[in-house]
Design a protein around this ligand. Structure first.
Ligand code: FES
Length: 128
C-alpha cells in the first residue's frame, strides 16, 4: 500500500480552501482520463493578485492533498508567480510524492492553468 507523508495525510484529512465561490475571476477544470479523477478550481483575482482560491476534487488522497496545497501556494501570489507553481512545486511542498503518485499532482497544475486561461479570457471579453 502507498505510504504518504504526514503533510500529505494532513492535507488529505483537512483539506484547505474546499468549495467554490460566487463570481470567480476564473474557473479551471482538469481530469485524468486514466483514473477518472477530476478537479475544479475557482480563483478570485484583484490587481493581478490571486486573493482567494477554492477547489473541489473528486479523486484519490494524493489528488486532494495536492489540490489543497496548491491553493495555499497560489493565494496572495501574482498571476505570474502562480503560473510558476508546477505539480513538482506542489509535491515538494508536501514533502514529496512517490513516482507512482506524481501523476495525481498534475490535476492541480492543469486546473490552475485552466483557471488562469479562463481569467485572461474573461478579462479580454470585459475589455471588448
Ligand atoms: Fe487519479 Fe490519483 S489516482 S489522480
Amino acid at each position: 500500500m502507498e505510504r504518504y507523508s504526514e503533510k500529505i495525510m494532513d492535507h488529505f484529512k483537512n483539506p484547505r480552501n474546499v468549495g467554490e465561490m460566487v463570481n470567480p475571476s476564473g474557473v479551471g477544470n482538469a481530469g485524468n482520463p486514466v483514473c477518472g479523477d477530476t478537479m475544479q478550481l475557482h480563483i478570485k483575482v484583484a490587481d493581478n493578485i490571486i486573493i482567494d482560491a477554492k477547489f473541489k476534487t473528486f479523486g484519490c488522497g494524493a489528488a486532494i492533498a495536492t489540490s489543497s496545497m496548491m491553493t495555499e501556494l497560489i493565494i496572495n501570489r501574482t498571476i505570474d508567480e502562480a503560473m510558476a507553481v508546477s505539480n513538482k512545486t506542489v509535491a515538494d511542498a508536501l514533502g514529496g510524492l512517490s513516482q507512482a503518485k506524481m501523476h495525481c499532482s498534475v490535476l492541480a497544475e492543469q486546473a490552475l492553468g485552466s483557471a488562469i486561461d479562463d481569467y485572461h479570457t474573461r478579462r479580454k471579453e470585459a475589455d471588448l
